[in-house]
Write a protein that binds this ligand. Structure first.
Ligand code: CDP
Ligand code: MG
Length: 825
C-alpha cells in the first residue's frame, strides 16, 4: 500500500482515520458517512474526491489481500482455518448477514466465532471492492482478548497487526488508516457512542460474548436496539457461546439465529469425592485461604456460625443420602471441605495426581483470582513431589495481566514439558487453549454483587452456574478425549444456578448512570428499564444520589460540566474527581499514583510465608500517615527513585512490591495525565513539576483524597483504649486486615475516607486514610450552618465546629470557587 494513498485517504476521510490515537477516550472511529440509504445525510463538499479515494483504497486492499492469500504462510494457516466448525457455516453466515439487520450466532467455544466470522466479513467486503468504505467493529468484554484476537486474525491474514486488522482498548491502540476490522473493548465502543451516537460509517458491528451478560454488553444492547431503526444499513451480529441464544433473539424481535455445531471429544467428569479417593488427599479444614484473616479470628467465626456453609447453602438438599455411599475417609474429607474455602492444597494434589498417573496433555486450572493464581504458582514451584521443575511450564492467565508472554499460552510446549495454565474464568469462553486435556475446576468465581440496601459491593468467591461449569469442562476435550476434575461434590453441582445473574443486577451503577446521561439517553430509570433484565429501582436511585452528592449531576439529574469531565475518565467517578482536585491543588503526582493503583491493582504482594515482613514493609511506607493511599504513593516514589539508580529490582524484592504492577501503573499515570490534558485540567505547556508543588505535603494529599472520595467516610469513635468505626449505612464496620490501619488502636484524627467497602465475612473498608474534620469541613458534605450556626450538614447529621459564622462564610466562598474550577468547560 503506498503511503501516499494512505495519507490522502487519511486526510480526506477525516483526521481520525489517518492517525493512530494514543488514547482511548479521545480517539474516534472512521468517520466516513455511509453510502447507502442511511437516515443521516451528511453534506460533503468533497464527496467526489472522497468517493474516488475510497475506490482507490478498495482496489489496493484487494490487491494486497490477493497477494497475501497466495503467500505460503497464509496457505498453511488456511487449511487450519478450514477445519474449524465455523468454516462450514461460512456461506450461510454471509448470506444471513447480507439479508438481515440483526443476526444471533451461537456456537461452542473454539468453533471460530471470534477469529473467523469478522474475518469472513472483512474478506468478503475487500473481495467485493467495498474495502474502502467498510468499517467492521467487533467488541470484546476484556482488554486481553481484544488484543490477542486482533493479533491472531492479522497473523492468519499474514499481515502485521495494525494493518487491515487492529485493536483499540482503553488507553492503548494499534490501528492505522488502513484498519477495516477493529477489535475493541465494549467500553471503548460506549465512549465512542458519546461522540457519535449513530456510529456513522460503521458498517458491521459484532458484539461478542454476550452470554456472559456483562454490564457493558447489556447496556450496549439497549442502545443498539434503539439505534437500529436510525441506521437501517448497519449490520448487527451478536455472538454467544451455546447458552441461551433465544433470549437475545427475542430481545431483537426474533432475529434469526445460526447455530454452529462444534465438535469436542468426550470428557469424563470426576467430582470431589472421586478426586479425594484418587489423590488420597486429606482436606485441611483450616486452609490458609481467607485472605488476610487470622486463624484465631476465623476459628472464632466458625464457632459463632455453628452451621457449616454447605448445610447453609443447600438446606433443602438431602445431603446425607448422597454421602452414604462414600468411604469413611472420603466422608471425613468432605466434611472438612465444607467448612473451608477453596483449598489450594487440593488443587495441588490434583495436579500432582495427573502428572504422576495420567498421560500427556496440558492442564488448565480454574481459580477465582490473582491471589490464588500467584499462591499456587509458588506452591508448584516449591513442590518436590512433582519432581524435575524443568518438566513444567506453569503459566498464569488473568484478565488484568500485562500482555507479554501471550503466545506461550496458546503454543504447544516443547517436547517433554507439560503446560499448566492457572487461569480465572477468562479461559472459560473468551480464550481458547487448544491442547488442554485436563481441566481442574474449583467451581467458584469471584463475583461482585451489589447490596442496594447497604450501598455496597460484595466481592465473594461464589459458586459458578451450571452453564459455566459446562463451559469449563468443555475446555478439556479439544484435541482428544479429556478429563474434568471438579473440586466440589456432585450435590453442589446439582444445586448450582442454571445461569449466572447478569452483572447489571449485581454491581453499583454510578458509572453506568453517568454513561446514560452523557449519551443523552433520557431519564436513567426508564432507560435502564429497557434492559434484558432491568436493575431494581433502589440501585438506580442510590447511584443517582451518589452522583448528585459528588456534583456530577444537578438537582434535575442533568449532567454538570464536572459530570461531563468524569465521563471521560475511565474510572470510578469518585477517583476521577480526586484526580481533578489533585490537578487543581497541585499534588497531581500522588493523585495519579492513587488513581492508577485503584484502577488497576495495588503493587503490594503478600506472599503467605512472609506475610509479616510484607505487612511491615507496607507499614513502613505509610509511616505515621495512617493511610494506605499514602503507603502506595510512597512505594511508587521509592520505586521511581530506585529506578534512577538502577536498583529497582532489589527495591521491589526487598519491599514486597510487584515490578510488573508498578510498570503498568507508570503507563497508566501517563495515560491519565493525557486525559486530564485533553479536558483542560493539565496545561501541556507547563512542566510536570508545576502540578506537584504540594505533592510532598501529606496533609494536602489527604485533603485531596477526602475531596475526591467523599461521601465514602467512616467515623472513628474512641471506645476505651480502642477505636470503633461507623458508617451511616452500615453502623459498625471493620478495617480490612490488609490495611496499614488494621490493628491500630487509636487514630490521631476523627474520620477515615476509603476507596472501597466490601462485604466478605464482615463489612470491611479496604484502603483507608485517616483525615481531619477540617478536611471534611472544606471539601465534604453540604455546607449548611446547623441551627446554632456552628457546623455543617453531612452524612445525614451535623458535624459541629466551634468556628464562627464568619469563618464558615469564608469556607463557603472558597467552596463555591472550587466548584467553579471543577465545572469549568
Ligand atoms: O470465538 P470462538 O470461541 O468460537 O473461537 P475462536 O476464538 O475464534 O478460536 C478458534 C480457534 O482458533 C481456536 O480453537 C484455536 O484453535 C485458534 N486460536 C489460536 O490458536 N490462537 C488464538 N489467539 C485464538 C484462536
Ligand atoms: Mg470467542
Amino acid at each position: 500500500m503506498s503511503t501516499e494513498t494512505e495519507r490522502k485517504v487519511g486526510s480526506l476521510l477525516g483526521s481520525s482515520l489517518g492517525a493512530s490515537p494514543a488514547n482511548g477516550s479521545s480517539s474516534t472511529y472512521p468517520q466516513e458517512s455511509s453510502q447507502s440509504s442511511s437516515a443521516v445525510k451528511v453534506i460533503k463538499p468533497v464527496s467526489k474526491e472522497i468517493d474516488s479515494a475510497k475506490e482507490k483504497l478498495s482496489l489496493e486492499l484487494k490487491q494486497k489481500q490477493d497477494e497475501l492469500r497466495a503467500s505460503n504462510g497464509v496457505k498453511e494457516i488456511r487449511s487450519f482455518r478450514e477445519k474449524l466448525p465455523a468454516f462450514k457455516a461460512k456461506a450461510e453466515f454471509l448470506k444471513a448477514v447480507a439479508e438481515n439487520q440483526v443476526l444471533v450466532i451461537s456456537g461452542e467455544t473454539g468453533c471460530g466465532k471470534t477469529t473467523q466470522l469478522p474475518q469472513y466479513i472483512l474478506e468478503e467486503e475487500i473481495s467485493a471492492l467495498r474495502g474502502g468504505s467498510c468499517s467492521i467493529i467487533c467488541t470484546q468484554p476484556r482488554r486481553i482478548s481484544a488484543i490477542s484476537v486482533a493479533a491472531r486474525v492479522s497473523s492468519e491474514r499474514g499481515e502485521p497487526l495494525g494493518g487491515s486488522v487492529g485493536y483499540q482498548i482503553r488507553l492503548e491502540s494499534k490501528r492505522s488508516a488502513l484498519t477495516r476490522l477493529l477489535f475493541c473493548t465494549t467500553g471503548v465502543l460506549l465512549r465512542q457512542l458519546v461522540q457519535d451516537p449513530n456510529l456513522t460509517g460503521v458498517t458491521h458491528l459484532l458484539v461478542d460474548e454476550i452470554h456472559e451478560r456483562g454490564m457493558n454488553e447489556d447496556f450496549l444492547l439497549i442502545i443498539l436496539r434503539d439505534l437500529l431503526p436510525r441506521r437501517p444499513d448497519l449490520r448487527l451480529i451478536l455472538m454467544s457461546a451455546t447458552i441461551n441464544a433465544d433470549l437475545f433473539s427475542k430481545y431483537f424481535g426474533n432475529a434469526p439465529t445460526i447455530h454452529i455445531p462444534g465438535f469436542t471429544f468426550p470428557v469424563v467428569d470426576f467430582f470431589l469425592e472421586d478426586v479425594l479417593e484418587k489423590s488420597r488427599y486429606k482436606i485441611q479444614p483450616e486452609s490458609d485461604n481467607m485472605q488476610g484473616s487470622s486463624r484465631r479470628g476465623r476459628r472464632r467465626r466458625d464457632q459463632e456460625s455453628k452451621k457449616d456453609p454447605l448445610t447453609e447453602l443447600f438446606e433443602d438438599i438431602d445431603i446425607d443420602s448422597h454421602y452414604r455411599n462414600y468411604s469413611a475417609s472420603t466422608r471425613m474429607s468432605l466434611e472438612a471441605w465444607s467448612s473451608s474455602q477453596l483449598d489450594l492444597g487440593l488443587v495441588e494434589a490434583s495436579i500432582e495426581y495427573i502428572c504422576r498417573s495420567e498421560g500427556d496433555g496440558a492442564i488448565l486450572v480454574f481459580l477465582t483470582g490473582w491471589d490464588e493464581i500467584s499462591k499456587l504458582l509458588d506452591k508448584i514451584k516449591g513442590n518436590r513431589l512433582l519432581g524435575d521443575q524443568s518438566k513444567f511450564l506453569v503459566l498464569p492467565l488473568h484478565g488484568s495481566m500485562p500482555t507479554i508472554n501471550q503466545r506461550e499460552i496458546f503454543d504447544r510446549p516443547p517436547p517433554n514439558k507439560r503446560k499448566i495454565v492457572l487461569a480465572t474464568n477468562i479461559a472459560e469462553s473468551s480464550i481458547t487453549i487448544d491442547d488442554v486435556v485436563y481441566v481442574i475446576d474449583c467451581g467458584k468465581a469471584k463475583e461482585t454483587s451489589y447490596d442496594a440496601l447497604n450501598k455496597l459491593a460484595c466481592l465473594l468467591p461464589s459458586w459458578i452456574s451450571k452453564a459455566s461449569a459446562h463451559q469449563r469442562r468443555g475446555r478439556a476435550g479439544r484435541v482428544q478425549p479429556g478429563v474434568c476434575y471438579k473440586l466440589y461434590p456432585k450435590v453442589i453441582h446439582d444445586a448450582m444456578l442454571q445461569y449466572q445473574l447478569p452483572e447489571i443486577l449485581r454491581t453499583p451503577l454510578q458509572e453506568l448512570c453517568l454513561h446514560v446521561k452523557s449519551l443523552q439517553l433520557g431519564a436513567v430509570g426508564s432507560f435502564l428499564a429497557k434492559a434484558l433484565q432491568p436493575p431494581d429501582s433502589l440501585s438506580v436511585q442510590n447511584a443517582i444520589e451518589l452522583l448528585k452528592t459528588i456534583g456530577a449531576l444537578d438537582d434535575t439529574e442533568e449532567l454538570t460540566p464536572l459530570g461531563r469531565h468524569l465521563c471521560t475518565l475511565p474510572m470510578d467517578p469518585n477517583i476521577g474527581k480526586m484526580l481533578l482536585i489533585g490537578s487543581i491543588f497541585q499534588c497531581l503526582g500522588p493523585a495519579l499514583t492513587i488513581a492508577a493503583g485503584l484502577a488497576h491493582r495495588d503493587p503490594f504482594v503478600l506472599p503467605i510465608d512472609r506475610k509479616h515482613e510484607a505487612d511491615a514493609a507496607k507499614r513502613s511506607f505509610a509511616g505515621d500517615s495512617c493511610s494506605d493511599h499514602i503507603a502506595l504513593v510512597k512505594a511508587f516514589q521509592g520505586y521511581k527513585e530506585a529506578k534512577r539508580t538502577r536498583s529497582d529490582r532489589s527495591f521491589c524484592w526487598d519491599n514486597f512490591l510487584s515490578p510488573v504492577t508498578l510498570r503498568m501503573m507508570e503507563e497508566m499515570r501517563e495515560q491519565f495525565r493525557d486525559l486530564l490534558t485533553d479536558i483542560g485540567f493539565v496545561d501541556r505547556s507547563k512542566t510536570a513539576d508545576a502540578y506537584d508543588q504540594y505533592s510532598h505535603d501529606l496533609e494536602m494529599v489527604s485533603a485531596v483524597l477526602c475531596a475526591g472520595l467523599y461521601p465514602k467516610v467512616v467515623q472513628c469513635k474512641r471506645r476505651g483504649k480502642r477505636t470503633a468505626f461507623y458508617t451511616k449505612e452500615d453502623g459498625k464496620v471493620d478495617i480490612h486486615p490488609a490495611s496499614v490501619n488494621a490493628g491500630v488502636h487509636l487514630f490521631p484524627l476523627p474520620y477515615m475516607v476509603y476507596s472501597e467497602k466490601v462485604k466478605t465475612t464482615g463489612i470491611y473498608v479496604r484502603d483507608s486514610t485517616n483525615i481531619s474534620d477540617y478536611a471534611l469541613l472544606l471539601f465534604g458534605g453540604n455546607l449548611v450552618p446547623s441551627q446554632n450556626g456552628d457546623g455543617i450538614e453531612m452524612l445525614g447529621g451535623y458535624l459541629h465546629f466551634s468556628a464562627s459564622r464568619s469563618v464558615l462564610e469564608l469556607i463557603r466562598k472558597l467552596r463555591v470557587e472550587l466548584d467553579k474550577l471543577l465545572n469549568r468547560k
